[in-house]
Design a protein around this ligand. Structure first.
Ligand SMILES: Cc1ncc(COP(=O)(O)O)c(C=O)c1O
Length: 385
């Protein structure tokens, strides 16, 4: 009686089983995968956040498919601070980036249409696509002293069913930003073939190197949807507030906004107290981001210190984001390595295949873990590898 799209294999994989058993046995766990910022010991302006949620204006209901103007003004202000001009009418508020993806997928794709996604990348896409009846086709990212898009493979992957190209900027977990030359190339491919760029910028502000990376929100050379939200930018995933911006050729944008408006009006999903609090949430991002960047730099320095003392494990370049990709010996599967680490050392890491790495020999650790835990977890990882 159920739809085929929900025929997921929901049995636990060996690593999830081992983790569940480890937890059930009450054994101590040094979890190097934690990326929930509310669990990492950052200081938030708690009373400011809670006060912002009790605005008396939330006692009245003002439905607006794009979201309250005051909230969209705060989103536009965020881009203005980055030097990018985003008109208020081009912004739609959503409850999460995942919901924003679903609006975009519904706007662009009929059942069976295809979207290109980077590989490696974060694992939520498969479920999002299944739920929207969209087929995902992977294009590889290549590593050679840094990550880059394999444009030859990307172009080969385009078919008559392709509707868009997803870029994660910076990517999770590779941490690489789409460079100016890559943006220009993507624009020309997408403009010529009538494809949309779908840019996920949830980690945009967490750059470790070079100049501040440009956002896609002001990209006008090709049809573009830019997605971001408060879960990473402000460290507030529990507030369920994100957004979607359409930009691109004028005629295309008018049509896209009209269609998005119907989808958004059907749900009107973002609640009033959170929308009214969004300006305050943005204000406290500077303090949050400062703490995160300092944590990431300290953990990366510790990682490099420990890696310099041995030869078995190394790390890939990190341009930004909250993760580090470790190169580990490929003498067994990444899953076996992760299970071994868990059972012998009580340390949890993500195996490369979790993020769709095509070959073995990768483990992914979060860089936002409190420094003392990160140090000890890493010592055990290195000792075990
Ligand atoms: C690249 C990327 N996009 C989106 C999300 C989810 O964001 P949200 O909480 O707004 O749905 C995540 C969560 O980890 C992510 O890594």
């Amino acid at each position: 009686m159920f739809a085929k799209r929900t025929n997921w294999n929901l049995t636990l994989n060996r690593l999830s089983e081992a983790l569940a058993a480890h937890r059930a046995a009450g054994k101590p766990l040094l979890d190097l995968t934690v990326s929930n910022p509310t669990e990492c010991g950052f200081e938030y302006d708690s009373s400011g956040i809670l006060n912002a949620l009790s605005n008396p204006a939330s006692l009245s209901y003002e439905p607006n498919p794009r979201g309250l103007e005051s909230a969209r003004r705060a989103v536009a202000g965020y881009y203005a601070d980055r030097g990018e001009n985003v008109p208020l009418e081009d912004i739609f508020l959503t409850t999460s980036t995942s919901e924003a993806y679903s609006y975009v997928f519904r706007t662009l794709c009929d059942p069976g249409d295809e979207l290109l996604i980077p590989s490696p990348s974060y694992p939520l896409f498969d479920f999002l696509a299944d739920v929207q009846d969209v087929k995902l086709v992977r294009y590889p990212l290549l590593y050679d002293h840094g990550w880059q898009i394999d444009f030859h493979a990307l172009e080969q992957a385009i078919t008559s069913r392709t509707r868009g190209v997803i870029v994660v900027h910076p990517n999770n977990p590779t941490g690489h930003y789409t460079k100016h030359a890559e943006i220009a190339k993507l624009n020309s491919i997408c403009a010529v073939r009538g494809l949309a760029i779908i840019a996920d910028e949830v980690f945009l502000d967490f750059a470790l190197e070079g100049d501040r990376p440009a956002s896609f929100a002001a990209n006008r050379s090709a049809p573009t949807f830019t997605l971001s939200g408060l879960s990473k930018i402000c460290g507030l995933p529990q507030m369920k507030a994100a957004w979607l911006i359409a930009s691109g050729p004028q005629e295309w944008k008018r049509e896209a906004l009209a269609r998005l408006e119907v989808i958004a009006d059907t749900y009107l999903s973002v609640n009033a107290p959170v929308q009214l609090a969004i300006p305050k949430f943005f204000e406290q991002r500077h303090s949050f981001q400062g703490q995160v960047m300092s944590r990431i730099r300290t953990n990366l320095a510790e990682l490099d210190r420990q890696l310099a003392a041995q030869k078995t494990v190394s790390r890939l370049r990190v341009e930004g984001g909250w993760c580090a990709v470790l190169r580990v010996p490929a003498t067994r599967s990444d899953e076996d390595l992760a299970i071994g680490l868990l059972t012998t050392q009580g340390v949890s890491v993500h195996p490369g295949h979790f993020y769709d790495f095509p070959s073995t020999g990768h483990a992914i650790v979060s860089l936002i873990i409190p420094e003392s835990k990160f140090k000890v977890g890493l010592e055990r990882l290195v000792a075990q590898s």
